[in-house]
Design a binder for this molecule. Structure first.
Ligand code: NAP
Ligand code: F7E
Length: 328
């Protein structure tokens, strides 16, 4: 039975990847950091089928011990401080988690077992102020936030450990991917959740920042499949994973409100509080290498994605009567 260690298992992608690997007969070890209350909402349904272990990307000794004790065949490094606005207010901590955390884990692998296959969760945020449209593996990076800069470091240290020590280390350059499990602070989920609340009479507006920003939005379960495929190849490499379509935040609002029969312009309020010190205006990926080598293709369209998210929030709010406040 193959064994995989996932860092960031309590996050959106970690939870989908764990389910995907369990379905393929993997033994799944999920690393969580110590907190005073547990945060297992996304993994509760299959928690009894995985092993939860404590570790932290800030503490290299914890990573070495985990690898020594569990001897995984594959390590998926999904843990990070992943919210771009927080990276502007906590830039040093973001660097510790999102950049140096990658080195700590790679070096733990180098020390414990160089045969472990490694996946690094790189990001389209590395392209930032884009130097080419669409963006592909060879497009130069120009990050626009401490998060993007930290991910550029994480990408290159992954390439460096592959070239220096022969590790099977892959960097997946994933464009935005969303789902009903997306954190409430990211724009897609913020909108789908607000649409559901407005439709149910629990709120009467949603405050957003830059409506002109354009993103290449895909469906998270499709993207975790690409992570796994990268580690099943004969050679380690780096891949862009994207849909190839770009849409604005405004379009996301339109489709989401239309889906419940409401006019978005009556409910969306632009609030400069949500503008960023530096913005990424346009992202659109070229995933032709992933298509050619991994035979990977997205299965969910933009319109379907928006509807899946709105429907899930409507159902959840109707079932729980949850009055979760709108979050930034
Ligand atoms: P997420 O929902 O924010 O999850 C992040 C995970 O990292 C959580 O499980 C969090 O644990 C964990 N974590 C944070 N700091 C940690 C630390 N010091 N030690 C151990 N665990 C820590 O992110 P996601 O959307 O699933 O994304 C997964 C990865 O892909 C991230 O690296 C992200 O930067 C990257 N990425 C995401 C996208 C996207 O569109 N979703 C695109 C490209 C790349 P807690 O539950 O304790 O907070
Ligand atoms: O913002 C604009 C905002 O926070 C998308 C992370 O998973 O994907 C994610 O990063 C766009 C930006 O995601 C609001 O200015 C407008 O242009 O949903 P987001 P992100 O910054 O693209 C990448 C690939 C990652 O790797 C990251 O980890 O939407 N926007 N109004 C807003 N954004 C937010 N959050 N809130 C607003 O009110």
């Amino acid at each position: 039975m193959p064994k995989a260690l996932i860092t960031g298992i309590t996050g959106q992608d970690g939870s989908y990847l764990a389910e995907f690997l369990l379905d393929r007969g993997y033994e799944v070890i999920g690393m969580v950091r110590r907190t005073s209350t547990t945060n297992f909402d996304r993994i509760r349904e299959f928690q009894d089928r995985i092993t939860i272990v404590q570790g932290d990307l800030l503490d290299q000794v914890s990573l070495i011990h985990l690898l020594q004790e569990h001897r995984p065949n594959e390590v998926y490094n999904l843990a990070a401080q992943s919210f771009v606005p927080t990276s502007f207010t906590q830039p040093v901590l973001t660097g510790e988690f999102t950049a140096l955390g990658v080195t700590r884990l790679l070096d733990a692998i180098r020390i414990v077992d160089r045969n472990i296959r490694f996946y690094q969760a790189s990001s389209s945020e590395m392209f930032g102020k884009v130097q080419e449209v669409p963006q592909r593996e060879t497009t130069p990076f120009y990050p626009r936030s401490p998060y993007g800069a930290a991910k550029v470091y994480g990408h290159w240290i992954t390439v460096n450990y592959r070239e220096s020590y022969g590790l099977f280390a892959c960097s997946g350059i994933l464009f935005n991917h969303e789902s009903p499990r997306r954190g409430l602070e990211f724009v897609t989920r913020k909108i789908s959740h607000a649409v559901a609340r407005i439709k149910l009479g629990m709120a009467n507006e949603v405050r957003l920042g830059n409506l002109d920003a354009r993103r290449d939005w895909g469906y998270a379960p499709d993207y975790v499949r690409a992570m796994w495929l990268m580690l099943q190849q004969d050679h380690p490499d780096d891949y862009v994973v994207a849909t190839g379509e770009t849409h604005s935040v405004r379009e996301f609002c339109q489709v989401a409100f239309d889906h419940v029969g409401l006019d978005w312009e009556k409910y969306v309020v632009v609030d400069p509080k949500f503008y960023r010190p530096a913005e990424v205006d346009l992202l659109v990926g070229d995933a032709s290498k992933a298509s050619r080598v991994l035979h990977w293709k997205p299965t969910v369209t933009f319109q379907q994605l928006v509807r899946i998210m709105v429907d899930a929030d409507l159902t959840a709010l109707q079932q729980t009567g949850n009055h979760t406040p709108q979050v930034g």
